[in-house]
Design a protein around this ligand. Sequence first.
Ligand SMILES: CC(=O)[C@@H](O)[C@H](O)COP(=O)(O)O
Ligand SMILES: NCC(=O)COP(=O)(O)O
Length: 240
Amino acid sequence: MPTLGVNIDHIATIRQARRTVEPDPVAAAVLAELGGADGITVHLREDRRHIQERDVRLLRETVRTHLNLEMAATDQMVAIALDIKPDYVTLVPEKREEVTTEGGLDIVGQLDRMNEVVDKLQSADIPVSLFIDADNSQIEASVKVKAKFIELHTGRYAEAHNEASRQKELDILAQGAKQAIASGLRINAGHGLTYWNVYPVACIPGMEELNIGHTIVSRAALVGLERAVREMKQAIRGEV
Ligand SMILES: CC(=O)[C@@H](O)[C@H](O)COP(=O)(O)O
Ligand SMILES: NCC(=O)COP(=O)(O)O
């Protein structure tokens, strides 16, 4: 079965809603690891809407599993990655106005640039994963640029509205995984996975790691709410 990389971006989203210091993603990473996370994933977006550079620097010091830094393939981000040295980098596409990552990277359309970025990072011993759709030509291009991993974008599978389209998207992911492994790539997957849709993706042969965030942070907010209210009542009574 694949390992679990817990994406803690949306802990930082709550903090940034008030530009305050809580909740701290660094504390969240410790708790995620105590809960069994096999890795910690953060997406340092160019617009810094959630995770901040300070978070990545501190996480580099505190994470005991492995740190996966998701980032756009820009010069600024490459410089940050070379300085902080995460355990691996996942290159992702970014649009400023998007609510969340909308699709996979176009490796085919920017082969030279991807080649350059993958080479810079991997020459510094930072393995690179490319976040792509399970598309034949994008997988071939990922092999050409010599990335160690790809992360299959599971967004379309997650958003499928009925069983038939979900099964169709799952078959596409499984076929992409098969092609990638046969070409020597290692495979991860993520985006939009939930407690209800994760298992079929976890069963795809050769899947190494699933990166999951939003659903875990959402559930944490609900399962932790009763205790949080109880503790505030105690605080009001001067008991904590
Ligand atoms: C690339 C990816 O799937 C994650 O980084 C996800 O996008 C979480 O971050 P956002 O919610 O900011 O998109
Ligand atoms: N790369 C996917 C990821 O890190 C988490 O995505 P999500 O579970 O927050 O949709």
